[in-house]
Write a protein of this length. Structure first.
Length: 210
């Protein structure tokens, strides 16, 4: 069997599905090799011919833009957050959410770092499209709403509105990766610790005067 005939042809695949399949194959390679990854490497990972990439994308730049947009997109994260049971204790809900969001941030950070290393700071603007800035803003807004949902069952017992607390919680989580540079050994704060501090603060019990 020849290399050409052994490749996956994906008959009947729509142009959009084919683009998504190529992007999914390219993302891990971007993390590993950076923006210098070749279209031939991507084609082999996707199980297609290299020419198929250029039928789906105008050029490599357009493919890299699509990869960056996919890294910023958080649809699958929102779906996971929507599956967090609301009958769990609040700490369990937030810990599960923090772990899910951490995995998303790691993937997004790896892809954007690879692009930045190659000097690609942002998506090329397209007509009627705000590019990466709009994608990021939309992702943050939708993520905030997902965290509001997790806080909502306890609204009556919380000191601040759940909308404000969602912003604070995400700020702690998003800042966690940057804060590790100043932490001993550069270690990240475990998500369980972050949730505990978020819920109970940093002040311990007062000493017993007796």
């Amino acid at each position: 069997m020849t290399e050409t005939t052994s490749r996956r042809r994906a008959p009947g695949m729509s142009p959009e599905d084919r683009r998504e399949m190529i992007v999914a194959a390219a993302l891990p390679l971007l993390v590993e090799h950076g923006a210098s990854v070749s279209t031939l490497q991507i084609a082999k990972a996707a199980g297609i011919g290299e020419a198929t990439i250029f039928r789906a994308f105008t050029d490599k730049d357009e493919l890299l833009d699509a990869c960056l947009a996919a890294a910023l997109r958080n649809d699958h994260v929102l779906a996971e957050l929507d599956c967090v049971p609301l009958d769990q204790p609040l700490a369990a809900r937030l810990t599960e959410a923090a772990a899910t969001l951490h995995a998303y941030l790691e993937r997004m950070g790896a892809v954007t770092a690879a692009m930045h290393t190659a000097g690609r700071r942002r998506e090329r603007a397209r007509p009627g499209d705000g590019g990466a800035t709009d994608s990021r803003a939309d992702a943050v807004e939708r993520t905030q709403q997902a965290v509001v949902r997790l806080l909502e069952p306890d609204r009556g017992t919380l000191r601040l509105p759940v909308e404000q607390l969602a912003v604070i919680f995400l700020g702690m989580l998003f800042g966690r990766r940057g804060a590790r540079r100043g932490a001993p050994g550069g270690a990240e704060t475990p998500v369980e610790t972050l949730v505990d501090v978020f819920l109970h603060g940093v002040v311990g019990k007062p000493a017993d005067p007796s």
